[in-house]
Write a protein that binds this ligand. Sequence first.
Ligand code: ATP
Ligand code: MG
Length: 398
Amino acid sequence: LPNEFTDARKVLQVIEDAGYQAYFVGGSVRDTILHTRINDVDIASSAYPEEIKSIFKKTIDTGIEHGTVTVMYDGKSYEITTFRTESGYQDYRRPDQVTFVRSLKDDLKRRDFTINALAMKENGEVIDLFGGIDDLKKHIIRAVGDPEQRFNEDALRMMRAVRFASKLDFTIEAETFTAITKHSYLLKKIAVERINVEFVKMMLGKAPSRGLNQMIETKLIQYVPIFNNYVSNIADLATLSISDYLNNETQVWSLLAVQCGLNDDQINHMMKAWKCSNKLTENVRLVVLACRKIMTDNLDAMTMYLVGKEDLDNACQIALAFGHLVDDDRIENEYEHLPIKSKNELKINGKILINHGFKPGPQLGRVLKHLEQAVVSEQVNNDYDSLLAASKKIINRQ
Ligand code: ATP
Ligand code: MG
């Protein structure tokens, strides 16, 4: 078994020694069989939350109402979730009631896809009650049970199907696919934050073009913010080999913004509609700015300075994804040779200027901005005397 399980096995052993069942479940079992990198190791147990808490000395009530307790063991933390069934799906969203059960089968039955409904014992033995291993071999995403019912229970599962199809480069089994096409409109009921998580993971998967095409074919694309109005842009995006270049969330949104031709206001609007943070929005605006300049061979020192190293690199990746020949070594080299990387590196500041008789206030701020720009574009040297002389010239002009 992969290293990730080495310590966790002891936790399973402790639970079993106390007379309960415990298994690895979900993504970690799937990824182990596929020999791909494991994201997180989830543990499921027949022990009720209170029983887990009585077995281990140190625990945290992470999501105790859903049955999840975090256990601290040998200096590491593990999330242990009690076997449960779900009921009372109102409004096609998450269940409003979970019931703790003692049967592994009932717990696996509520899971979304056969490949995610595998369990593994401490000794590595896999429990496969729904043909998950076979589907892993055939590279198929198949709903557990009746797909129509499962998507009615929780419409997010349709996005998850597309997400896993992209993540693993698998096909969605025909009946499951048809059910998504039939119920795609139910995605309207799902909180954007949850769709966002699956959508970004889809874009960062092995086969994002496949994911995008499936969203179009099933009409899921019609029920997500913004891109419902850009379906042909999205279809064109799916013809590029984007997976070779995308590796973070900033790149995902920047790529989409460039492909849809969005300006700054439209980028803000997109990011708000998708409930992205202000910080991420700011980064995306900078990446898009830099990317457009790179693609028109217009990248100047001030843009590199404003955008910064990390987002400059993101911009290069996006330009590459669009097939632009980018000399990223040269760009990185030019960035490294900027006279300053931030305004703190200016050899003069507001306080010094005030000591030289400049009046505090917005005008002083403008002078400093001018200096920053002049130094970055190598019009003024970053030394005390040159900056002071330049400041006097600027103030006289204003
Ligand atoms: P990743 O490697 O991306 O974390 P994962 O399979 O662990 O993949 P999670 O979203 O972390 O995916 O969910 C963990 C497990 O919980 C899934 O493997 C699946 O068994 C179950 N699950 C999660 N969300 C749902 C859902 N909406 N409906 C049914 N089962 C779900
Ligand atoms: Mg997970």
